[in-house]
Design a protein around this ligand. Structure first.
Ligand code: IDP
Ligand code: MG
Length: 140
């Protein structure tokens, strides 16, 4: 097992329903440690840039509008195999397919409003962490 860091976002559907604490508890109980965290309002430009990898997908503009519909919590999670561990704790993208006990199974409203984002690889985790955080904002 390797110590890794990954980027997590608690999405607007979850902040709106006051679920930040319940979601953070899932990460902590799952063995991940929060080493950076801030609640922010994304701008359209930030959301477009963050999800640029999906710009040709039919859901892109809806996704950007959803991500700016309220505040988000961006955080860096650290732990053994943090990238995969975070994805396990989150559950499948579509909550209808998410395993019992996962965040998306318990809290997601829909395929789009699925409560959390998590980096999908170690390379993307590094890019996504740098997108939101300066080095001095991360304290292990
Ligand atoms: P992930 O968040 O599990 O990595 P991605 O395929 O990277 O899933 O998609 C990014 C986000 O875009 C999803 O979390 C979800 O909010 C949204 N999304 C993905 N597929 C669809 C879709 O088919 N319709 C609407 N929104 C979608
Ligand atoms: Mg993804």
């Amino acid at each position: 097992m390797t110590q890794e860091r990954t980027l997590s976002i608690i999405k607007p559907d979850a902040t709106r329903r006051n679920l930040i604490g319940k979601i953070i508890t899932k990460f902590e109980d799952g063995g991940l440690k929060i080493v950076a965290q801030k609640k922010i309002q994304l701008t359209q430009k930030l959301a477009e840039d963050f999800y640029a990898v999906h710009k040709d997908r039919p859901f892109y503009s809806d996704l950007v509008n959803f991500m700016i519909s309220g505040p988000v919590v961006v955080q860096v999670l650290e732990g053994d195999d943090a990238v995969i561990r975070n994805r396990e704790i989150m559950g499948a993208t579509n909550p209808a397919e998410a395993a019992d006990g996962t965040i998306r199974k318990e809290f997601a409203e829909s395929l789009e409003a699925n409560s959390v984002h998590g980096s999908d690889s170690l390379d993307n985790a590094k890019i996504e962490i740098e997108f939101f955080f300066d080095k001095n904002e991360i304290v292990g």
